[in-house]
Design a binder for this molecule. Structure first.
Ligand code: NAP
Length: 290
């Protein structure tokens, strides 16, 4: 009966453009339903030119918080009242909390990466790590690795090596980590580097639906026993990269864990409650695979 009037319903949302592909409304609304919480999470398609007025509107309307996705993750920083340390260093916000009109920005992707890799903490200390990609997700990955996992060296590999080079410079200034080497994404030249890496991370969309036949490499010599391969792509859950890595003895980690961890952190920032992560993960997995 309570919901017939919605006078107390907490409104949360997502801003981005385009946003139709996002799983966040599914994840958060499923969690609210599971926990019988009186909240609703809605997607708002906001273009770049409307960002400033949309943010003002969010605040005035009393929207309790929202996620931020492409193309606003960087531009929104100037429109917020406070920004967490990691969001400020990375230069990207993916979660905003509206605290009685004060807009506070966070980056929960960092938490997503950190929690996903937590079971391998001992293995990663002093290790060599390869990260493929130099976009927004890579920034969260690098921050998490450097702050929490103390690697010896990181190979930063990208299609456009120049972009990897800029990111390397930015990181060595901001987090004082100098052991980053850049490489162009050319698989035959990377076999030895991948072989020598304890952890390989794909932070590009390669392998994502509908291009499921793509992979950062098709060369099986790149993988080995005792190695961890983490793919940020979560649709499909079992990517071509993960299948190949597993076939060659590596341990694999899919992008779904990170997706749920980052969502769970946002959920907690907005509501103060824990997300029922296992239950939500099972339903989103079923949703993706069917
Ligand atoms: P982004 O900022 O657009 O960066 C994309 C990166 O991928 C760039 O380095 C780009 O290289 C590279 N790339 C794109 N298409 C490529 C291709 N065809 N061949 C080789 N390299 C290519 O994207 P992002 O936000 O970092 O996201 C990257 C991926 O991570 C996406 O698939 C996203 O869905 C996933 N992600 C997952 C989670 C999770 O929770 N699991 C969270 C965030 C992101 P250039 O610089 O050469 O263009």
């Amino acid at each position: 009966m309570k919901n017939l009037t919605h006078v107390n319903t907490g409104l949360l949302g997502l801003i981005g453009h385009p946003i139709k592909q996002s799983y966040s409304p599914f994840i958060h609304n499923a969690a609210f339903e599971m926990k019988k919480m009186d909240y609703i999470y809605l997607p708002f398609d906001i273009t770049k030119s409307n960002l400033k007025s949309a943010i003002k509107g969010m605040s005035i309307l009393g929207i309790k918080g929202f996620n931020v996705t492409i193309p606003h993750k960087e531009n929104i920083l100037d429109l917020l009242d406070t920004i967490s340390e990691e969001a400020s260093i990375i230069g990207a916000v993916n979660t905003v909390v509206n605290d009685h009109g004060e807009l506070n920005g966070y980056n929960t992707d960092v938490y997503g990466v950190t929690e996903t890799l937590a079971p391998y903490k001992k293995d990663l200390a002093g290790s060599i790590i390869s990260v493929v990609g130099a976009g927004g997700a890579t920034r969260a990955v690098l921050y998490s690795l450097v702050r929490n996992y103390k690697p010896k060296e990181i190979f930063l590999i990208n299609r456009n090596e120049q972009k990897a080079e800029s990111l390397k410079k930015y990181f060595s200034e901001k987090v004082k980590f100098d052991a980053i080497h850049t490489k162009e994404l050319f698989p035959p030249d990377l076999v030895e580097i991948f072989q020598g890496s304890k952890l390989i991370i794909n932070a590009t969309p390669l392998g994502m639906f509908p291009d499921m036949n793509d992979s950062i490499t098709e060369l099986s010599d790149s993988f080995r026993k005792g190695q961890i391969v983490f793919d940020l792509v979560y649709n499909p859950v079992n990517t071509k990269l993960l299948k190949l890595a597993k076939k060659n003895g590596a341990e694999t980690v899919d992008g779904l864990s990170m997706l749920i961890y980052q969502a769970a952190k946002s959920f907690e920032l907005w509501t103060g409650e824990e997300m029922p992560q296992e239950q939500v993960k099972n339903s989103i997995k079923y949703f993706i695979e069917n």
